[in-house]
Design a protein around this ligand. Sequence first.
Ligand SMILES: [Zn+2]
Length: 87
Amino acid sequence: MQCTWCEKKEVQETTKTCYWVMPDGKDYVEISQIPAKSCQNCGIYLTDEMNQEIDNHLYMKDLSDYSNSITFNDLLEAPVIDVFSLK
Ligand SMILES: [Zn+2]
């Protein structure tokens, strides 16, 4: 696998824990075990695609039953927000 940022080709797959501000801007969530790349030059980072995917999930998913510390898998498996349920 090649690095996204530099020319290095010995890039390892790893995981990373990141803090994300929720779409409403009021809260944050700690997401662990996110698939990431590890480059000797650039360090450990998420690809743009993964950043975008997590953004999309945070907009779509109802995380009210979860704590502020979740895993990437929790995020994938969380229920989609039901926009038709009126409260
Ligand atoms: Zn690199």
